[in-house]
Design a protein around this ligand. Structure first.
Ligand code: HXC
Ligand code: NAP
Length: 277
């Protein structure tokens, strides 16, 4: 059985005959998004820089789902790479219905520790990478009246410390989600974003927060899981969401709302009856 099981919630034939192209699909959150789409009938091409990692992930996902996942090496910063990846997808499957822009790079860095090149690198992977891949894919999405999910974050909602590079990149991506939704809507292409909160057992969480994310600081009292993002993905790409476009869906158990609350001192809390959080 697939590692991410969405079959109890959604029909398994939802995406029969459809094709997904996903950047960053060889690991973490985007691998889970891909696996869920393939579980529901889609065929998929996953792209990133490390071919061995992609190949292993593609084999494991194909086996777990009885589906078809193909690895293609591509650096989303390079237009020639993404054009080659799109051409290979068309050669293999003949169409593209769904695009996930998930490739990203990140690390914690304070203002003074962030070099010119470090800032540029993250903007190039996340923001320019999303533009590049979407530009290369668009004619096929128009032809299929397809749909895009841009993977964002909540970092820029609150000015998260040591995250100006990723926050700026994700803010740009959220802007693209809205611009593309407006311009491409008349061609039948829907565009939405998913902004995950801290997601357990991912590269992103280990780089940024490690074990520091306390479930009690999250309103639903647990850390997010890859399956939470996978479920939102299946919904947003499904027929159930055909009137939803230009939206960034926050999937974080209320985490970012909670972080905007003041940390009341115990002396204040003592004066508030039944104050738990
Ligand atoms: C400061 C750093 C740094 C660090 C790299 N740099 N790591 N600066 N602190 N920890 C600087 C380098 O010194 C260099 O600048 C510049 O960044 C480019 O580094 P390269 O190693 O040459 O870049 P590259 O090989 O392209 O690799 C990109 C990368 C790398 C982002 C630096 O970490 C990577 O490939 N990451 C992919 C996987 C990943 O990050 N996954 C997590 C996504 S999570 P100089 O000036 O020295 O040349 C996410 C959001 C999570 O996006 C939100 C959670 C809540
Ligand atoms: P991850 O496993 O490291 O995923 C990032 C992927 O991007 C990797 O597969 C990486 O593969 C690929 N990538 C990086 N640079 C690339 C490039 N230049 N060209 C092509 N592919 C590239 O991390 P994750 O934590 O699951 O994050 C996945 C997505 O969720 C990201 O967009 C991230 O910003 C977002 N997010 C994560 C969290 C979290 O808690 N983890 C929270 C909010 C948002 P290669 O190294 O093979 O290239």
């Amino acid at each position: 059985m697939a590692a991410v099981d969405t079959t109890k919630i959604f029909r398994t034939d939802l995406f029969n005959g459809k094709v997904l192209l996903c950047s960053g699909g060889g690991s973490g959150i985007c691998r889970g998004m891909t696996e869920a789409m393939v579980t529901h009938g889609a065929k998929a091409v996953i792209i990133s820089r490390n071919f061995e990692k992609l190949q292993k992930a593609a084999e494991e996902m194909s086996k777990a789902t009885n589906g078809e996942v193909i690895p293609v090496q591509a650096d989303v910063r390079k237009p020639e790479d993404v054009e080659r990846a799109v051409a290979k997808t068309i050669e293999k499957f003949g169409r593209i219905d769904f695009l996930i822009n998930g490739a990203a790079g990140n690390f914690l860095a304070p203002f003074d520790g962030l070099s010119y090149n470090a800032f540029r690198t993250v903007i190039e992977i996340d923001l320019l990478g999303s533009f590049n891949l979407t530009k290369a894919t668009m004619q096929h999405l128009r032809a299929s009246k397809g749909s895009i999910i841009n993977v964002s974050a909540t970092l820029h909602y609150t000015g998260t410390i040591f995250q100006q590079h990723a926050g700026a990149a994700k803010a740009g991506i959220d802007a693209l989600t809205k611009h593309w939704a407006v311009e491409l809507g008349p061609s039948g292409v829907r565009v939405n974003g998913i902004a995950p909160g801290p997601i357990a057992a991912t590269e992103g969480l280990s780089r940024l927060a490690g074990d520091l994310t306390d479930p009690q600081q999250i309103p639903v009292q647990r850390v997010g899981e890859v399956k939470d993002i996978a479920q939102a993905t299946v919904f947003l790409f499904s027929e159930g969401a055909t009137f939803i476009t230009g939206q960034v869906v926050v999937v974080d158990g209320g985490h970012y709302l909670q972080t905007s609350n003041p940390a009341y001192p115990d002396s204040v809390l003592a004066s508030v009856p039944d104050s738990k959080l």
